[in-house]
Design a protein around this ligand. Structure first.
Ligand code: NDP
Length: 453
């Protein structure tokens, strides 16, 4: 490692103690950029990466609300406005009990590079709360969202910061958040994306992250003259990203055989077809049930409960061609990565953010498999959020076909940027380096243009 990476990481860790996910994300980017910074001393002199790693601002606030039993509950809300060199802050809100400042800093940092890769003018941000929507009534979720937005509305706006969904924040939550923003500010603007189709949302936005991750896999496969046709695919998660990943796998002729939630996973040897997928959507989006119910409905499928004591995730031990992690960060540890390789997986396209630990990433890169890191492979979601913002500004709605064609074009462009940047820095086929470098250059050059701010 050069002195640059060591010095940068030492300072970042001293300034941001006890934030391991943020350290992990920053380390990976710094290592990829070493060669870029060596070739372009202005980036080092002007402390570009140091400035990207220091948020423009961090907002932390109390979110009090009253549960159905009449008890007062207190959660903590956050918004990290990370970087606005190329456009207004943009990035999701996550509602999950594991949310804390360091987790959101990692996500906001990644978002800066991801948004840059989309080719659209969006800066990076992220936010959320340690609130857990699971097991809460609709009214409780609504009261929480209203209280959250009562504070957040001071800091966001269509030209400033445009949040979206993430884990625990889907169409229901965006609806309550948007309603409260509109009520308090008395304005109807595109301040959030992922909106309902009747009130400013874009067709294909719910599908975009999952579709995009499969399109990215298809682009990677095309470099080897292959397609998804007939490929067996492992998918994790069963939320927004996983659902539409499975749908696009079916569309492109592949066969998804797994999905999961935090209670365990399903293996369905026969493959998940459209009727079974409709069952999963109903189970997860309407009944808000657990994946085990799928095995009750389809006896050919096997449910394996989650076991925190196990040193690996058995979902990743099945023989397959492709893997689409689509649940959460660090869901593929080093052993899981080895298991995937040992069982024939040669394509990994990350729907979730930073699902693979650094040792796993190293293994994938070393083996030369087609490995698409999250900041490239899952950028279709935020890209389509960008398209939602464009439609809101134009006061127009594009058709499903038009948005899908644009999404596909953007995923193609992201893939090409990764390939070209990796080749330009003598790391042909390394999508990790390619994504980090291409994402960085646009932001870095904009920051040079805009002076020391
Ligand atoms: P959802 O809340 O819709 O679904 C998340 C899924 O992952 C659920 O099945 C959930 O299970 C599972 N999960 C979450 N946390 C854990 C955990 N700690 N352990 C095991 N399982 C877990 O979220 P999304 O589908 O929107 O997001 C999934 C991933 O994709 C995240 O990493 C997110 O940052 C990333 N992403 C999402 C985008 C989007 O547009 N939504 C855009 C780009 C990236 P359970 O219900 O049991 O918690």
């Amino acid at each position: 490692m050069s002195t640059f990476v060591n010095d940068f990481m030492a300072e970042l860790k001293a300034k941001n103690p006890a934030e391991p996910e943020f350290h992990q994300a920053a380390q990976e980017v710094a290592e990829s950029l070493e060669v870029v910074i060596d070739r372009n001393p202005a980036y080092r002199k002007m402390k570009i990466l140091e400035r990207i790693a220091e948020p423009d601002r961090v907002i932390v606030f109390r979110v009090p609300w009253i549960d159905d039993a009449g008890e007062v509950q207190v959660n903590r809300g956050f918004r990290i406005e990370m970087n606005s060199a190329i456009g207004p802050y943009k990035g999701g809100l996550r509602f999950h009990p594991s949310v804390y400042l360091g987790l959101l800093k990692f996500l906001a940092f990644e978002q800066v590079f991801k948004n840059s890769l989309t080719t659209l003018p969006m800066g990076g941000g992220k936010g959320g709360s340690d609130f857990d929507p699971k097991g809460k009534s609709d009214n409780e979720v609504m009261r929480f969202c209203q209280s959250f937005m009562l504070e957040l509305q001071r800091h966001i706006g269509q030209f400033t910061d445009v949040p979206a969904g993430d884990i625990g924040v889907g169409g229901r939550e965006i609806g309550y958040l948007f309603g409260q923003y509109k009520r308090v500010r008395n304005e109807f603007t595109g301040v959030l994306t992922g909106k309902g189709i009747n009130w400013g949302g874009s067709l294909i936005r719910p599908e975009a992250t999952g579709y995009g991750s499969v399109y990215f896999a298809a682009e990677m496969l095309a470099t080897r003259g292959e397609t998804l046709e007939g490929k067996k695919c492992l998918v994790s998660g069963s939320g927004n990203v996983a659902q539409y990943t499975m749908e696009k796998i079916i569309d492109l002729g592949g066969k998804a055989v797994t999905f999961s939630d935090s209670s365990g996973y399903i293996y369905d040897e026969a493959g998940i077809d459209r009727a079974k997928l409709a069952f999963i959507l109903e189970l997860k989006n309407v009944k808000r049930g657990r994946v085990k119910e799928y095995a009750d409905a389809y006896p050919g499928a096997v449910f394996t409960p989650a076991d925190k004591e196990r040193e690996h995730n058995p979902l990743w031990t099945h023989q397959a061609d492709c893997a689409f992690p689509s649940a959460t960060q660090n869901e593929i540890n080093a052993k899981d990565a080895q298991n995937l390789l040992d069982n024939g997986v040669s394509v990994v396209s990350e729907g979730s953010n930073m699902p693979t630990v650094p040792e796993g990433v190293e293994l994938f890169v070393e083996k030369g498999i087609l490995y698409g890191p999250g900041k490239a492979a899952n950028a279709g979601g935020v890209a389509t959020s960008g398209l939602e913002m464009s439609q809101n500004s134009l006061r127009l709605n594009w058709t499903r076909e038009e948005v899908d064609a644009r999404l596909r074009g953007i995923m193609k462009a992201i893939h090409k940027q990764c390939v070209d940047a990796a080749a330009a820095y003598d790391m042909k086929g390394n999508y990790v380096a390619g994504a980090n470098i291409a994402g960085f250059l646009k932001v870095a050059d904009s920051m040079l243009d805009q002076g020391v701010i």
